[in-house]
Design a protein. Structure first.
Length: 57
């Protein structure tokens, strides 16, 4: 893919996310205190979406 085309696509995707038209599919959330749980879930389950490790400040 041409670099200019790639940058334009990235801009379009970022704008869609900013507008709320495109949202990631988060299928599981795990606390930072249990970091091994997230990769274990990915390994044992047929997940379609993102697994998130939450960092709370």
């Amino acid at each position: 893919m041409d670099n200019a085309v790639h940058l334009a696509a990235a801009r379009d995707i970022n704008q869609a996310m900013t507008d709320g038209a495109l949202q990631p599919a988060i299928v599981a959330r795990y606390p930072l205190t249990a970091p091994a749980a997230a990769p274990a879930a990915v390994d044992r389950e047929n997940l379609i979406g993102k697994v998130v490790i939450e960092v709370v400040a």
